[in-house]
Design a protein around this ligand. Structure first.
Ligand SMILES: Nc1nc2c(ncn2[C@@H]2O[C@H](COP(=O)(O)OP(=O)(O)OP(=O)(O)O)[C@@H](O)[C@H]2O)c(=O)[nH]1
Ligand SMILES: [Mg+2]
Length: 216
């Protein structure tokens, strides 16, 4: 039986309000982590943002939190090389993962990121969901498949988030959604809903806030 994927619907009023409240509260940068030993205590639900370099992870965290420079969105691919922890009050950790697929990064650096990523994804008990960001202009690429497979093996539920949707038209949007649905179908850890976002225009941001706020 094929798995059916849908777009995450607009949140109900209560969930929207829960999301708004969570993200309107204090948001702090906790620390940048370069080794498992540096992780903060696993004392609350956390979600992580994974995706290839330049896909818009930091921009999405900035849009969610309404803080323009919190996660240092940069034009330099591969700039975010640490696992960056942000706290939403005492409620949640948001985790900005190092971007992958940065071809120009030295092999040794890539290997170190991959090892850390693997340890983090398989070893973090409070990690409730991974959001895997997919550039809406490109869809799921071979480089994304690696992390999707890693998430399957780590049994971490992941939800696909299309980014930069403001850069494509209606027709392209429908096409990329179909491509992503097809790719997710091969991954047992895929959550059956996709969120479509634009950090630039705000599309999908309230929806994603509600998703994060209502995770048990
Ligand atoms: N038009 C548009 N541009 C975006 C959007 N999100 C991000 N960008 C741009 O894409 C580039 C990369 O965004 P980042 O948020 O730095 O990407 P990242 O995934 O954090 O990159 P690394 O940290 O290097 O892995 C920046 O120039 C952003 O301004 C979006 O929703 N719309
Ligand atoms: Mg970044």
């Amino acid at each position: 039986m094929a798995m059916t994927f849908t777009l995450t619907p607009e949140p109900e009023d209560a969930a929207r309000e829960q999301g708004r409240l969570l993200f309107a509260g204090p948001v702090t940068f906790v620390k940048g982590v370069v080794a498992m030993s540096g992780l903060p205590p696993a004392d609350r639900v956390e979600v992580c943002f994974a995706g290839r370099s330049n896909v818009g992870k930091s921009s999405l965290i900035n849009a969610l939190t309404g803080r323009k420079t919190l996660a240092r969105a940069s034009n330099t691919p591969g700039r975010t090389q640490e696992i960056n922890y942000f706290a939403l009050g005492e409620e949640r950790y948001l985790v900005d993962l190092p971007g992958y697929g940065f071809a120009e990064a030295p092999m040794a650096v890539v290997a170190k990121w991959q090892a850390l990523l693997k340890q983090y994804l398989s070893g973090r008990a409070t990690l409730r969901r991974a959001f895997v960001l997919i550039d809406a202009r490109h869809g799921v690429k071979a480089v994304d498949e690696e992390i999707l497979t890693l998430l399957d093996r780590s049994a971490v539920t992941f939800q696909a988030v299309l980014t930069k949707v403001d850069k494509i038209n209606r027709v392209e949007r429908e096409a990329v959604i179909e491509q992503v649905k097809g790719a997710l179908g091969k991954h047992p850890a895929a959550y059956p809903e996709i969120v479509v976002t634009s950090s630039e225009k705000g599309e999908g941001i309230e929806t994603l806030r509600a998703v994060i706020a209502t995770l048990e």
